[in-house]
Every structure is written in structure tokens, then in C-alpha cells.
Design a protein around this ligand. Structure first.
Ligand SMILES: NC(=O)c1ccc[n+]([C@@H]2O[C@H](COP(=O)([O-])OP(=O)(O)OC[C@H]3O[C@@H](n4cnc5c(N)ncnc54)[C@H](OP(=O)(O)O)[C@@H]3O)[C@@H](O)[C@H]2O)c1
Length: 246
């Protein structure tokens, strides 16, 4: 039985992971900002076989609470084997362009708050000399595009942060798994009416994430075809890239 904490536990992708863990009889501690939805998710996971599911509602934008949240999860589970940091907001790039405070807020939630949680988890696991920290970044962080560079920049920062942590924690036996999904059909992309063939189902993404955590992978693209796609996108020279409508 693994002891797993999930931040952003009401996320569709995080729920897909948690359903697999519940079926394996892992113990779960869920953190999200909506108590009612967390309670419903926790109830479902118990029915699916999780021997223990506790939850705590808190807005993860509140950095001061992070140390306490990680401590509560650690105490409730009796140690943390796996932590998944999954919360995030996409935002409307046109609005973020006009209202800079919204752009800063988006970077705060997608980068600063995730990096803060990763830091607390890293310090705890480094002392214990073991564990796995997984964080959901995005292919959007691989190259800034006019249509979503605020979100993309935050995810780029998160990927770089996770890379540095992985390098630091390697000698302590702690794994850091960076997950880079492409388009996933979740509430985050509900505004996109026409979902093309590049869209993945959250259950498939959840399976890939759990597999990557089991295998202590470093960086995974989900689905895997995004790795060559992003390689091509990163290879386009900037003088050409800046003229594209992406
Ligand atoms: N869907 C995609 O196409 C896609 C692609 C690449 C990466 N991702 C990443 O995958 C992760 C999961 O997203 P998803 O697709 O599963 O979308 P989702 O279902 O909308 O999940 C996003 C979650 O983040 C939570 N959240 C946002 N701000 C928060 C805050 N301040 N405090 C606590 N929780 C907060 C939301 O809580 P509420 O429910 O309370 O709002 C929600 O549970 C995100 O990091 C996202 O950036 C998604």
C-alpha cells in the first residue's frame, strides 16, 4: 500500500489517477479548494477500494499554508510515498493580455504555488531519503505561443524547476516526475467546442501518469506522440516562428 497525497485533487486528470490508486488499495490524502467536491471525490475513492481517504479544503494560492498542508498530509498518512501536484488554471489569454493582474495571478497559481509545494515536499522527502514527487506541467511550456504564453511561461518555469529539483534530489533517492500532457478533454478545455484527434481522454492520461510514477520516469509526454511534435515545434527557428499564427 502506497501513501499518496494529491494537490488539486478535484482536477479531472488527478481524479483519474486517484481512481487507479484507490483500486490498488493505496491510502490517499486529497487537497483542493472546494470542500463539497472533495467530499464527493473522497466518497467515490473509498467505494473503489482506498482503505483510507482524508481530505482538506484550502486555496493553494495561499502559500503560507503550504508547509502546514504538507505536514497534515504526512501526519494523516504516516509518511508520504508519492505526491502529485496537479492544480492549475488555463485562463483566457485575451483577458490576461488586458488585465495584467489576472496574468500575474495565473502565474502565481500555475508556477509560484506549485513550486512552493514542490519545495516543501522536496525538503521532507530529502530528509526521509525516498519518495516520488510528480508534477503536471504542460507541452505549452515547451515554447511560448501568442495564444497562451502566460500559461505556457508558468508551465515552462515549472518544468525547469522540476528539472532542478530532480538533479538535487537524485542522490537522496527521491524521484521527480515531470508530466507534460497535450490537449486533454477536461473542464479546463470545456470552452473548446470542437475537440480534434489530438485530444486525449483523462482516463488514458491518468493511466500514463500512474505508469510514469511507478517507473520513476523523469519527463513524460502524454500521450507519447507529443514528444516528437514538440521537438519539431522547438526546432523551428525564431525568425520563422514569430510569424506563425499559433
Ligand atoms: N486539460 C488539458 O488540456 C491540460 C493540458 C496540459 C496540462 N494540463 C494540466 O493538468 C492539470 C490538471 O488540469 P485538468 O485538465 O484536470 O483540469 P481541471 O479539471 O480544470 O483541474 C484543474 C484543477 O486545479 C484546481 N485549482 C485551480 N486553482 C486552484 C487553487 N488556487 N487552489 C486549489 N486548487 C486549484 C481546480 O480546482 P476547482 O475545481 O476548485 O476549480 C481543479 O481541480 C493542470 O495543472 C493543468 O494545467 C491540462
Amino acid at each position: 500500500m502506497k501513501r499518496i497525497v494529491v494537490f488539486g485533487a478535484t482536477s479531472a486528470i488527478a481524479q483519474a489517477c486517484a481512481r487507479i490508486w484507490a483500486g490498488r488499495h493505496d491510502a490517499l490524502f486529497l487537497v483542493g479548494r472546494n470542500a463539497e467536491r472533495l467530499e464527493a471525490v473522497a466518497g467515490d475513492l473509498k467505494v473503489r477500494g482506498a482503505p483510507k481517504v482524508e481530505f482538506l479544503a484550502h486555496d493553494l494560492a495561499d502559500l503560507e499554508a503550504h508547509e502546514r498542508l504538507v505536514g497534515r498530509a504526512d501526519e494523516a498518512l504516516g509518511g508520504i510515498d508519492v505526491a502529485l501536484v496537479a492544480h492549475g488554471v488555463l485562463g483566457d489569454q485575451m483577458l490576461l493580455r488586458e488585465d495584467i493582474s489576472l496574468a500575474v495571478e495565473s502565474i502565481h497559481v500555475n508556477f509560484v504555488s506549485a513550486a512552493s509545494l514542490l519545495s516543501h515536499l522536496a525538503n521532507l522527502m530529502e530528509k526521509r531519503k525516498g519518495g516520488t514527487i510528480a508534477v503536471i506541467s504542460s507541452v505549452a511550456g515547451d515554447r511560448g505561443r501568442q495564444s497562451n504564453y502566460v500559461y505556457g511561461a508558468a508551465k515552462a518555469g515549472l518544468s525547469a524547476f522540476a528539472s532542478g529539483l530532480r538533479n538535487r534530489l537524485q542522490k537522496s533517492g527521491v524521484s521527480v516526475v515531470t508530466i507534460k500532457p497535450g490537449f486533454v478533454d477536461t473542464p479546463m478545455t470545456a470552452h473548446i467546442a470542437k475537440k480534434g484527434p489530438l485530444f486525449a481522454h483523462p482516463d488514458a492520461v491518468g493511466r500514463a501518469i500512474v505508469r510514469a510514477i511507478d517507473r520513476r520516469k523523469d519527463v513524460v509526454y502524454v500521450p507519447g506522440f507529443w514528444r516528437p511534435i514538440m521537438w519539431v515545434i522547438r526546432s523551428i527557428p525564431e525568425r520563422i516562428f514569430k510569424r506563425l499564427s499559433l
